[in-house]
Design a protein around this ligand. Structure first.
Ligand code: ZN
Length: 260
């Protein structure tokens, strides 16, 4: 079943940065895909986030996109499962946010379950590490998880190198977490409720970080481990680290109103 989203309170004067989380489909995968050597299968949520900043609306990832949508009440015909109504544009509509108002998309990386919904946001600029951009546009012949038609849309890209403080106020700080892909990145969001780190596939499951466990396949294992150590240091400083595909963790996150 999909999480139900309901309308939330509009911004009030004095509100800081608010973060909202959305389930944008699921993937049914071997657990080893996320934790090398772990047996069994799992149904993992695909997640995306809205960051409501006083200077504008920002997405972190856009989940699965329209090519996977199946009509409600039908069965999925692949390991990817996206039901009509669960795409990121519909999730935003459900809380009264017009997709045309999205100004920025921070893309953790350009895999299909993280950038698949970019097409819903014609007015957004996509923020990507330059090395991820170069890989995704010029070097993907052997990697079907990149679907170039989903992100080569004519949208402007802001190609960054390393850390980037989006509004120069410390509230949305994007930083590289390489390893899963050549230019993977994460973001630290300073909400009124504390710091939250959105990790993409640098940390797919909570156990990835708790046990420093790598997936069974990644671009660079050494870089991946370095990135997990960075997330761990942020956690020790009090940040809440959000894995991107963890069903147990995700069940604890409110889907009604702001997370933080
Ligand atoms: Zn990925």
């Amino acid at each position: 079943m999909s999480a139900v989203e309901i309308p939330t309170a509009p911004r009030k004067p004095g509100d800081g940065v608010r973060l909202f989380g959305f389930t944008v489909g699921h993937v049914n995968m071997p657990i080893g895909f996320f934790l090398d050597g772990e047996p069994g299968e799992m149904r993992a949520p695909v997640t995306a986030f809205l960051i409501d900043h006083p200077k504008g609306l920002v997405l972190f990832d856009t989940g699965l996109g329209p090519r996977f949508v199946r009509p409600r009440g039908t069965q999925p015909d692949s390991f990817i499962d996206l039901e009509q109504g669960d795409t990121i544009d519909e999730r935003l509509n459900a809380i009264g946010v017009d997709p045309a108002a999205i100004r920025w998309i921070i893309t953790s990386h350009l895999h299909t379950d993280h950038a698949g919904g970019n097409a819903y946001f014609p007015n957004a600029t996509v923020i990507v590490q330059e090395r991820e951009y170069d890989h995704a546009f010029h070097n993907i012949t052997d990697d079907p998880i990149y679907e170039i038609s989903e992100y080569d849309l004519g949208q402007p890209f802001l190609k960054i190198h390393g850390e980037h403080d989006l509004f120069a106020d410390g509230t949305i700080v994007i930083f590289p977490t390489l390893g899963h892909t050549p230019g993977h990145q994460s973001a630290k969001i300073r909400t009124d409720g504390g710091d939250i780190v959105l990790t993409g596939d640098c940390c797919s499951l909570k156990r990835s970080l708790d046990e420093f466990r790598l997936p069974n396949h990644c671009h660079d294992a050494d870089q991946f481990l370095t990135s997990l150590k960075l997330l761990s240091s942020l956690e020790r400083k009090g940040a809440r680290v959000f894995p991107s595909h963890d069903p147990d963790f995700w069940a604890t996150i409110p889907k009604v109103g702001p997370i933080g």
